[in-house]
Design a protein around this ligand. Structure first.
Ligand code: ADP
Ligand code: MG
Length: 441
C-alpha cells in the first residue's frame, strides 16, 4: 500500500510468456524489437470511497492485474501507439504537439495524459518519439483503476525514454500524496468480485453531481459555522478550519443540514447569492441543469467514511484478537453508507455484496433443503466509484475455497449475463507489486 519507487529489473523475456508474446507482437507491428517494458498495477480500494476528492485519505492496495507496455524510442519525433486488444485502435501523432481531445473517452487519450504530464513536468519543448504496444489485463470500468494504470504506465514509459531517473521526492511531486504502510491482519484475504455491470463514468453525470453536492455541502456547513464559505471547496477544509474531530463534524452536519434535498433557490438564499452567481461561480457545466442537491446525505457519508478509514488503520495497527471481525464490520458499514447515503451502488452490487457477506449455501446446487452453512465474508462492499464494477470482501483464509465456489455458484453461474466475463470476475488478491521497468537481460 505504500507508494513505491519504480525500480528497474532485468528479465529473461523468453521465460515470461506474456512478455514474449508482447515482444513478438511488437515485432510484427513495428518490425523491430522493444528496448524495454514498463508495468503499472491496478488497485483495489479496501475502504474509503468517494472521499479522496473531499480531502480525505483512502486505503488502496495494488493488485496483480496490470498495464504492460513494450517500448522502443525512435528518432522521428512520432508517437505510435498500438494495443494487443483489437478493441483499442492504433493511434499516431507528433510527439512535439500533443493535443488531447477531452470530449471523447478514447483510450489513447489516457496514454497522452501520461506522456504530456511528463513533458510538462520537466518543461520539455521537444520529445523523442516512441513506438509502444500496450497490453492490459485490468477489467476496465470495474473500479480497479485501469485508466490510472494506463496513465501511470505511459508516464513511466516516457520517463524511461527520456532517460530520467526518478528520485523518491520527484515521485511524490507527481501526485501530492502521502503514503503510509498499513499491515493487514494475517489469516484473511481480500477477494474481488466483479458485478459485471460496467460503469461508464465518462458518459454519466452521477459522479459530477456527487462532487458538486460535496462542494455545496462544504459551503453551507462553512457558512453555518460563520467561516468564509466562498473560499471553501472541500468538506475536509471545514473540519480543519474548525479544528474538530470527525465525530464532532458529524454532529455539526446533523445540526446544520436537513435531509430533504436542497433546491437551488434555497442554497442561494442561504449563501446570500443570486441564481446567476450560483450557476457561473459554483456550478460546473455538467451540473448546471441539476435542480436539487442532497447535502446532508453526502456530507454524512464523507465524514463517517473518513472516520472508518482511520478506525480501519487503527485496528490494523493494534491487531486485537478479533481484528478480522472489526475490519469486516467497518467494510459493511462503508457499503451501507455508499448505498443509502451516497447512492452510488446499484441492485447488482447490493445483491453481490449480500451473497458474499451472508449468503447461505445449501450445498453445491442451492436446492434449498440440505444443511445450510455459512460461507460468508466478514465484510463486503462495493469498491471504486460504484454504480457497477467490483466488490471487495474480507474472507478468512481457511474459508477461501468454499467462499469462491459458493459465490461463483450463486452469482455467476446463475446469471447468464456474466458468463462471458466470469473467468476474470472472481479472484483472491495477492497484494501486487508497484510500478516497474523491465530490461531484457
Ligand atoms: P476504471 O479506471 O475504473 O477501470 P475508467 O472508465 O476510468 O474505469 O477507465 C476505463 C478506460 O480505460 C477504458 O474505456 C479505456 O479507454 C482505458 N483502458 C482500460 N484498459 C485498457 C487497455 N488494456 N488498453 C487501452 N485502454 C484501456
Ligand atoms: Mg478510472
Amino acid at each position: 500500500m505504500a507508494a513505491e519507487e519504480p525500480t528497474t529489473r532485468r528479465v529473461q523475456v523468453a521465460e515470461h510468456p506474456r512478455l514474449l508474446k508482447l515482444k513478438e507482437m511488437f515485432n510484427s507491428k513495428f518490425g523491430s524489437t522493444p528496448k524495454f517494458y514498463v508495468r503499472a498495477p491496478g488497485r483495489v480500494n479496501i475502504i474509503g470511497e468517494h472521499i479522496d476528492y473531499c480531502g480525505y485519505s483512502v486505503l488502496p492496495m495494488a493488485v496483480e492485474q496490470d498495464m504492460l507496455i513494450a517500448v522502443e524510442p525512435v528518432k522521428t519525433h512520432t508517437l505510435q501507439l498500438a494495443n494487443t486488444n483489437p478493441l483499442y485502435p492504433d493511434f499516431s501523432t507528433s510527439a512535439n504537439n500533443i493535443h488531447i481531445d477531452k470530449t471523447k473517452p478514447l483510450w489513447h487519450n489516457y496514454f497522452l495524459c501520461g506522456f504530456k504530464g511528463i513533458q510538462e513536468h520537466f518543461g520539455l519543448s521537444k520529445s523523442t518519439g516512441m513506438n509502444c504496444l500496450v497490453d492490459g489485463n485490468i477489467p476496465p470500468g470495474s473500479g480497479l483503476s485501469s485508466s490510472s494504470a494506463l496513465v501511470c504506465c505511459a508516464g513511466l514509459a516516457t520517463l524511461a525514454v527520456l532517460g530520467m531517473s526518478l528520485s523518491k521526492a520527484k515521485l511524490i511531486e507527481f501526485s501530492p500524496l502521502r503514503a503510509t504502510d498499513v499491515r493487514l491482519p494475517s489469516g484473511a484475504v481480500f477477494v474481488i468480485a466483479n458485478s459485471c455491470v460496467e460503469a461508464n463514468k465518462a458518459a454519466s453525470s452521477h459522479f459530477n453531481v456527487r462532487v458538486m453536492e460535496c462542494r455545496l455541502a462544504a459551503k453551507v456547513l462553512a457558512k453555518h459555522k460563520g467561516l468564509r464559505w466562498d473560499k471553501v471547496l472541500r468538506l475536509e477544509e471545514v473540519q480543519t478550519k474548525l479544528g474538530i474531530s470527525l465525530q464532532e463534524m458529524l454532529l455539526v452536519t446533523e445540526d446544520a443540514l436537513h435531509a430533504e434535498p436542497y433546491s437551488r433557490e434555497e442554497i442561494c438564499r442561504y449563501l446570500g447569492i443570486s441564481l446567476e452567481e450560483l450557476r457561473t461561480q459554483i456550478l460546473t457545466p455538467n451540473t448546471q441543469d441539476e435542480l436539487t442537491f442532497k447535502l446532508y446525505q453526502r456530507a454524512k457519508h464523507v465524514y463517517s467514511e473518513a472516520a472508518r478509514v482511520l478506525q480501519f488503520k487503527q485496528v490494523c495497527e493494534e491487531a486485537p484478537h478479533n481484528a478480522i471481525q472489526l475490519l469486516g464490520e467497518l467494510m459493511n458499514q462503508s457499503h451501507r453508507s455508499c448505498r443509502d447515503m451516497y447512492e452510488c451502488s446499484c441492485p447488482e452490487l447490493d445483491q453481490l455484496v449480500d451473497i458474499c457477506r451472508l449468503a447461505i449455501s445449501t450445498g453445491l446446487h442451492f436446492c434449498g433443503h440440505r444443511d445450510q452453512w455459512k460461507f460468508g465474508a466478514k465484510g463486503s462492499r462495493l469498491t471504486g466509484a460504484g454504480w457497477g464494477g467490483c466488490t471487495v470482501s474480507l474472507v478468512p483464509a481457511d474459508m477461501l475455497s468454499s467462499f469462491l465456489t459458493n459465490v461463483y455458484e450463486a452469482y455467476y453461474r446463475r446469471n447468464s449475463r456474466s458468463l462471458a466475463l466470469e473467468k476474470h470476475s472472481l479472484f483472491a488478491t495477492k497484494p501486487g507489486g508497484g510500478a516497474l521497468v523491465f530490461l531484457e537481460a
